[in-house]
Design a protein around this ligand. Sequence first.
Ligand SMILES: NC(=O)c1ccc[n+]([C@@H]2O[C@H](COP(=O)([O-])OP(=O)(O)OC[C@H]3O[C@@H](n4cnc5c(N)ncnc54)[C@H](O)[C@@H]3O)[C@@H](O)[C@H]2O)c1
Ligand SMILES: [Fe+2]
Length: 400
Amino acid sequence: MRNTWEFYSTEKIVFGNGAVQHLDSILTRLKAKNVLLVTDPGIKNAGIADRVTNILRDAGYQTAVFDKAVPEPPIETALECWEFAKTQMQTDAVIGLGGGSSIDLAKVVALLMAHGGHPLDYYGENLVPGPIAPLVAIPTTAGTGSEVTSVAVLTDVANNLKIGISDNYLRPAVALLDPELTVGLPPYVTACSGIDALSHAVEAYTAKRFSYIQAEGSILFQGSIPISDALALEAIELIARNLPLAVLQGSNLEARSNMLLGSLMAGMAFSNAGTAAAHALAYPIGGLVKSPHGEVTGLLLPYVMDFNKEVEQKKMARIALAFGVNPAGASERELAAEAPKAVLRLLETVGLPTRLSQIGITADQIPEIAEKALTISRLVRNNPRVPTQQSFEELLRKAL
Ligand SMILES: NC(=O)c1ccc[n+]([C@@H]2O[C@H](COP(=O)([O-])OP(=O)(O)OC[C@H]3O[C@@H](n4cnc5c(N)ncnc54)[C@H](O)[C@@H]3O)[C@@H](O)[C@H]2O)c1
Ligand SMILES: [Fe+2]
């Protein structure tokens, strides 16, 4: 039995419409003069990068811009960004502006600035030797929660693998969240990133209780703890009630704001509690097909919830209530069975795939996916129902 838990977050969160105007005071507090802005072409084309560089220019900062981030960034892109950073004068703060891909890249560069080496040197958990360069994360998607998390994900293209660097030192110094920056996010990216946030919240909420996690020593993904439970349940309700509007009526600033708050809370929750089977299964699938991360985790989520519903009945019932499902006279067990169905309906409403065959997975790949997923012990040990090769294969066949 584990007896204690810990909770980490970023030191400072600034949230609200127009919050990006606070960038100057944030950088002043970090004593920064020369900044590196990491972003991607989509953010540049949307005019968001210019908005931020104008604020920086008007306030007198020297700004170097790396705008070549790509979705699900390969290790090579991180190295390219690091080479670019080295050609600039002494950088004293990094800004990650964009979705999880740009923010994760900014994290890796801030890590290499402080400690040198190669991204693969830090692959795994708790391998970052100390604080990274001061990092301000400004999300433009409502999804990954990367602005507060301890995780950076890169793609090892040669080996068809996603690699994760996880360490509490990777949390940005400041998370700056401005819902106005997310208003132009295209519907499909809104759906994929939003459902990823839901997966984080549901997996953190229903994770095995921290005391029963079978691991020795200090671990980042600790299982369900009281603070992450509170954050995750609120995130589930915010996302369930606002994702359809954010996708189907993108200009709705209130829905965008609630989604950004939901993804932030989900990030705070899962970066302490951890995610579980949906994310474990999504890793090998992400290596086989070119789907966005959220498309895969969201697709798997209702099947994983169905798999777990008998073990976490009370929490599944609460999830159904958070989705607004409350059939008269339903028992807790019946309510719990409604939760995966509510998630499946949400996937359909926002136009996301609900079957693995739709994203190109075939029956013969199932044993390999199950086998690889089972090796990701930090996620698998978090799942409330203990999976086996056979039960994972069955789950995947249902999802095919
Ligand atoms: N660090 C973490 O804790 C964590 C957690 C989950 C996922 N991830 C990783 O994050 C990545 C996915 O991030 P994501 O879902 O946020 O998407 P993303 O960063 O990959 O962006 C997707 C696309 O949306 C565009 N875009 C983003 N914001 C926009 C805006 N406001 N207007 C117009 N276009 C915009 C981008 O240009 C890009 O083309 C994956 O690599 C995933 O593995 C990281
Ligand atoms: Fe995720």
